[in-house]
Design a protein around this ligand. Structure first.
Ligand code: DAH
Length: 346
């Protein structure tokens, strides 16, 4: 047994891999292992020597177990250390920049307007993009043959009955009809609209409009002006002023254009306001009695105002974008620079 203990020590020192440790295990405690055989031999040991033999064998086994466990944890630690070493990350190396996306500024402007209007009690509503002639034109007082139909070069989908809505105004009619003619309304509807325009820096065959409608009792142009004014101050700063200019829309009477004073030159004249000091944002007016009537509201009881404007135009003005086509491409190199501008403005 002494020799085996010596051998065990020598073997243990020479092991330097986990495979070597496995061989070591087989050599001593495998089926025909040296320690296993000593245990089997126990039977043939005379009784009076058994106690002594058993004690020595136990010592040997304990020695073996100690060697085995120590070596095993040493070898495993060495493997983990080597792995950590080979996977070490040099945090001082310069990083490669990872391009990240950012919210579309057009979407952000729309969401900002939605939240602001909701804070004043407006509902945000939706309507279909494929619309019927009835809602897009008829119920808005734009009867067949009306010249205003030509002004909006419309995409027709099926014959002349269905079309891609050329404005978000049909949602006015849909909302009034849904309300049944006896409830006040305060809503905006942002959404996609379509016209047969050739795409360039300021036109797109598909663009975003934000429609607004208020119906209640005793609504007047001053309500419209006040509402527009707080929205413009929210978007362009407290110093801006607003003005109304007479205009024409078939669905409003009177109709107006809503202008905001140039937030860039404070009305002195610059290239943003084309030296006029004013920027036109929005078409609007007092809802035409015919429209109220056709949509189920009695014009002798109810009055309302409505407005509609292009969200791209507002986003372009707010962020100094010169070509609206950037809103529709997904070039990541364009978008982060807008983010920075937004932060600078704050
Ligand atoms: N729908 C009009 C357009 O596309 C904008 C507009 C003008 C909407 C006056 C309105 C309104 O609701 O009252 O040019």
């Amino acid at each position: 047994m002494k020799e085996i203990l010596e051998e065990l020590k020598k073997d243990e020192e020479s092991i330097n891999t986990l495979e070597g440790l496995d061989e070591f295990k087989v050599k001593y405690t495998g089926k025909k292992g040296l320690i296993t055989e000593l245990s089997i031999n126990m039977k043939s040991i005379p009784n009076e020597e058994k106690k002594e033999y058993g004690m020595k064998l136990n010592e040997l086994k304990q020695e073996y177990n100690r060697f085995y466990e120590e070596k095993k944890s040493l070898l495993e630690k060495a493997i983990i250390d080597a792995k950590l070493e080979s996977e070490r990350i040099d945090v001082t190396l310069p990083s490669t920049s990872i391009p990240t996306g950012s919210p579309s500024i057009l979407e952000s402007v729309v969401e900002d307007i939605e939240e602001f209007m909701m804070s004043m009690g407006y509902d945000v509503v939706d309507g279909p993009e494929v619309e019927s002639d009835k809602y897009n034109f008829e119920l808005l007082n734009v009867y067949k043959g009306h010249p205003a139909r030509d002004a909006q070069d419309t995409f027709y989908v099926e014959g002349d009955e269905y079309l891609l809505r050329s404005q978000t105004s049909p949602v006015q009619a849909r909302t009034m009809i849904a309300k049944g003619g006896n409830e006040p309304i305060r809503m905006i509807c942002p959404g996609k609209t379509y016209r047969r325009d050739n795409d360039d820096a300021t036109h797109s065959h598909q663009f975003t409009q934000i429609e607004g409608l208020v119906v209640d009792k005793n609504i007047s142009l001053s309500d419209l002006k006040g509402t527009f004014e707080v929205l413009m101050k929210h978007l362009f700063g407290n110093d801006v002023e607003v003005r109304l200019r007479p205009s024409f829309y078939p669905f409003t009477e009177p109709s107006v254009e809503l202008d905001v004073s140039c937030f860039s030159c404070q009305g002195k004249g610059c290239n943003i306001c084309k030296n006029t000091g004013w920027i036109t944002i929005c078409g609007a007016g007092i809802v035409h009695p015919n429209v109220l009537k056709m949509c189920g509201y009695d014009p002798s009881i109810w009055t309302g105002f409505a407005f509609g404007f292009g969200a791209e135009r507002v986003a372009m003005l707010k962020y100094g974008v010169e070509d609206l086509r950037v809103f529709y491409n997904t070039d990541l190199r364009e978008m982060p620079s807008f983010d920075r501008k937004e932060k600078d403005n704050d």
